[in-house]
Design a protein around this ligand. Structure first.
Ligand SMILES: Nc1nc2c(ncn2[C@@H]2O[C@H](COP(=O)(O)OP(=O)(O)OP(=O)(O)O)[C@@H](O)[C@H]2O)c(=O)[nH]1
Ligand SMILES: [Mg+2]
Length: 293
């Protein structure tokens, strides 16, 4: 449970009856939890109606309804751990996101998870922009005993992923996990580069599965929406991986991402270790957010 959900739990705990003021306070609290103001208002209105309909007039009862309403907001039709990893067909997973959110660490976590599913992962060092990025992913590859396909610093990231696909087709693996750079000289060049990588993978991957995940830092709050807009606009994402979902995260932005972009969350990452990744479960997330779990 994060500090924010603890607050929501306490809020409902001390709420003895549902006055007008309670819904207003709840709306403010949701905004503090990274909800958008209008979404928070809409949600508390729905909660008020539902409580009235079901003749609920206490904090504990309202909390349960809130958890249900929150769960309804989340997307449930994204790929899950099973559909991602099962089978042995060639699959490309491209990890995107601004700098520092946790892309490279997540690539390593996904590779480790792939091994546990008897997949044969290949890490593609698609971040050729930052000097140390290639070494960073090579270290993960060595630790996990996973093949890394890399070029020189400053090289073409699309070419790295192209080579990883060649290696996979030659039998080196069946799941390409591609890291990318989170920063370019300008936003326009970042978008251009993302589109190029996407074009190359689309062409080269042929009819094999290809998933694009945006990695977000759970502690960045509403900024996540601006990031999603840029990346989703450039390459049409398949889902979100929420990293750094530790005790300081509030997590309300996920509901807006589902609402505004229809983007499902696929995994939650809760630490720096390889095992700190778990499939996203909309019900548990909603219940935990509401302070029910
Ligand atoms: N607490 C916590 N830390 C994380 C998590 N994921 C990554 N980190 C840490 O966040 C920092 C940045 O992680 P990276 O994986 O290098 O992030 P990146 O997006 O690849 O960064 P750039 O390559 O610079 O764009 C590192 O110190 C990681 O150990 C997570 O889920 N929880
Ligand atoms: Mg990186």
């Amino acid at each position: 449970m994060t500090a924010f959900t603890e607050r929501l739990k306490n809020f409902f705990g001390i709420t003895k009856s549902l006055s007008e003021e309670v819904f207003e306070d709840l709306s403010d609290l949701l905004v503090e939890g990274d909800f958008g103001a209008s979404e928070a208002y809409k949600l508390t209105e729905k909660l008020r109606e539902q409580c009235k309909k079901e003749k609920i007039n206490d904090g504990e009862g309202a909390k349960k309804i809130l958890a249900q309403l929150l769960e309804e907001m989340l997307c449930k039709d994204g790929p899950d751990e099973k559909t991602i990893y099962e089978g042995d067909d060639l699959l490309v997973v491209l990890l995107l996101g601004v700098n520092g959110v946790g892309k490279t660490t997540t690539a390593a976590k996904l590779a480790k998870l792939a091994l546990s599913h008897k997949r044969r992962p290949i890490l593609a060092a698609g971040d050729t922009f930052r000097a140390a990025a290639i070494d960073q992913i090579k270290v993960h590859g060595e630790r996990l005993d996973v093949r890394v396909v890399a070029h020189q610093h400053g090289g073409d990231p699309a070419a790295v992923i192209y080579d990883a696909l060649e290696a996979a087709r030659a039998g080196a693996g069946n799941l390409i996990i591609a890291d990318t750079a989170g920063r370019m000289h300008t936003k326009a060049s970042l978008i251009e580069e993302l589109k190029k990588i996407d074009r190359v993978v689309e062409l080269k991957a042929g009819n094999c599965r290809y998933l694009k995940f945006l990695v977000l830092d759970a502690t960045t709050g509403r900024n996540a929406l601006a990031q999603a807009e840029i990346f989703h606009g450039a390459v049409s994402l398949d889902g979100i991986i929420l990293a750094k979902f530790d005790s300081s995260a509030r997590g309300g932005a996920i509901f807006s991402l589902a609402d505004e972009y229809g983007l499902p969350v696929i995994f939650l990452c809760t630490g720096e270790k390889y095992g700190d990744i778990k499939p996203f479960n909309p019900r548990s997330y909603a219940e935990e957010f509401a302070g029910l779990a």
